[in-house]
Design a binder for this molecule. Sequence first.
Ligand code: FES
Length: 77
Amino acid sequence: FLPKKRKQKDSLINLKIQKENPKVVNEIDIEDLKSPSACYCRCWRSKTFPVCDKSHIKHNELTGDNVGPLILKKKIL
Ligand code: FES
């Protein structure tokens, strides 16, 4: 007897960010980055989404997950 297969909707990734929108999309122009690097959230737990606020550390501790930010780096020419 196999356990009932979970449906995708049983495992929401986004729990509370912009739930009023049908899809959350963020667009960032690389040229507008103020500093040489920027961290963007991929765990969907950041209170400053889409910017990473290190909430992924707590999320990983609580769940055993291993997610982290996307780090964009700008070459200084
Ligand atoms: Fe989400 Fe850092 S807070 S990846």
